[in-house]
Ligand binder design. Structure first.
Ligand code: C2E
Ligand code: MG
Ligand code: MG
Ligand code: MG
Length: 278
């Protein structure tokens, strides 16, 4: 029985930990192969103005055939990629697919910038930044068609080259969005950092709107702060009409969530847009 104390509970949990560790190794090996074999794909989730205009999209990586032949969610494999170094080739692959998609949108004369998620680890490695800039140059995609989603852990990283690498990307015309805002080490001073053009309100603050008083206060505060820093705000995880109405009435610029659009394979999404245009 776990209740019996230190040793007993330890022994009780070892098989559990072992299974977790095995799954991790399994995922890491599978992911390494999936990257080599180009088996990762991208989905897009559209972002809309409160009045219903398609404005932008977020690119989300997909691993549809994991080690067991089943899809693995990014919530599970991205942490594995981040702690194994695989996040570097993975991001270059995703970024290159995002640029292909952006080029297609550009060719269709659709003015829809795409956001790509960039883990903090990437900014510690100059070769990745070089790779990103090379891909952008080769693609012919305008830099203002691409937004890099970063998290608060990047902004508090004091290693000088992290800021230098961010500045190099910004100098090339790329802009940054602060993802999952409010879940990290929130410090308003970070919002003054150059290159930031957007804040994303994390789903956990959108959940239970407008019923939850704390979330109402948090969301109103984020919107008011963003306005003062002249940052665009995207709310993520919008699932209900009530959430949408609250966010719209408080001046949120863009809405993203299952209510408006579930992430969809990139090819299907662009094909749909192309049909709608003709
Ligand atoms: P995120 O960047 O905050 O992306 C939003 C996540 O919320 C996506 O999950 C999306 O499918 C989900 N979502 C959107 N609207 C709703 C909604 O209304 N309800 C619910 N329940 N969920 C919603 P996904 O695709 O599973 O991605 C999870 C996380 O994995 C992302 O969170 C991001 O942190 C990471 N991720 C995804 N793709 C990449 C990538 O290419 N590179 C990196 N570094 N991270 C990625
Ligand atoms: Mg994101
Ligand atoms: Mg997010
Ligand atoms: Mg999130």
């Amino acid at each position: 029985q776990a209740k019996q104390g230190g040793r007993g509970s330890h022994a009780f949990f070892v098989p559990e930990l072992d299974a977790v560790a095995r799954r991790r190794v399994h995922l890491e090996e599978g992911l390494r192969l999936a990257i080599l074999r180009d088996e990762l794909s991208i989905a897009v989730q559209a972002q809309w103005t409160p009045s219903g205009q398609l404005q932008a999209g977020e690119v989300l990586v997909r691993w549809l055939k994991g080690p067991d032949g089943n899809p693995v969610s990014p919530g599970e494999f991205i942490p594995v990629a981040e702690s194994s170094g695989l996040i570097k080739p993975l991001t270059l692959l995703v970024f290159s697919k995002a640029l292909d998609l952006a080029a297609e949108l550009q060719a269709l004369e659709l003015d829809i910038p795409l956001s790509v998620n960039f883990s903090t680890e990437l900014f510690r490695d100059e070769s990745i930044i070089n790779g990103v800039l090379e891909l952008l140059d080769e693609s012919g995609v305008a830099a203002d068609r691409v937004v890099l989603e970063i998290t608060e852990s990047l902004l508090i990283d004091t290693q000088p080259w992290v800021q230098d690498n961010m500045a190099r990307l910004a100098a090339r015309g790329l802009s940054f969005s602060l993802d999952d805002f409010g879940t990290g080490y929130s410090n308003l001073a970070y919002l003054k950092r150059m290159h930031l053009s957007e804040l994303k309100i994390d789903k956990r603050f959108v959940d239970n709107l407008p019923g939850d008083e704390d979330n109402r206060t948090i969301v109103r505060s984020i919107l008011s702060i963003a306005r003062q820093f002249k940052l665009r705000v995207v709310a993520e995880g919008v699932e209900t009409e009530e959430q949408m109405a609250f966010l719209a009435s408080h001046g949120c610029d863009l809405l993203q969530g299952y209510l408006l659009h579930k992430p969809e394979p990139a090819e299907a999404w662009v094909a749909k847009l192309s049909r709608q245009k003709n």
